[in-house]
Design a protein around this ligand. Sequence first.
Ligand code: HEC
Length: 192
Amino acid sequence: MIPGHRIAPLAAASLLISTSIVGAQEAPAGAADAAAVARGQYLVTIAGCNDCHTPMVMGPNGPDRDMTRMLSGHPESLEMPPVPTLPPGPWGAVAAATFTAWAGPWGVSFTANITPDPETGLGKWTFQNFKDTIRTGRRMGRGREILPPMPIPMYKNFTDEDLAAIFAYLQSIPAVKNRVPEPWPPAEAPAN
Ligand code: HEC
């Protein structure tokens, strides 16, 4: 249950309903959790987390997200070759066909495994770890910087309540074991 003044009147109201209308019946245990997970699923869907964190594959109807590996990040089996040299000009970044590896001025970033796998995903993260990461743009609020294109500048504006719902949902989905590579540093300028 998330504390907060916006919740209290609701909780009081449902208590009123459950005692006065439904009699002695109480809300089923875990109903608040189920509501948070459902809201989290909605937020994850519309905030586009699958766009980057679920690998894109070619399917019968063209490119589609491989939902059997939902939110498990860049596939460890997909070793990326060196980044091609971009021509000068307005092209600034390249992405793998899976949409899970991204090369730009920041180097190469690989989308993280955000399933609850304890070794390769967020299974050992607390809500505080997650919240600190999104709010500060550093892993768990103190580790290395989270690189583009993870939309930290936008996502840090999620309310605490939304972040709690997103985290509850992420911890409820199937764990996928997939170790995502560490980012590559920006290519060094050629010696001259
Ligand atoms: C435009 C692409 C993109 C979108 C959309 C996106 N991410 Fe990310 N995300 C990334 C990349 C790339 C990384 C890895 C960055 C790095 O390694 O520094 C990342 C990293 C993360 C991390 C850090 C995990 C760790 O172990 O360090 C979390 C948590 C995360 N994303 C959650 C989310 C959630 C939740 C959403 C949707 C609300 C989301 N991301 C949407 C690209 C994206």
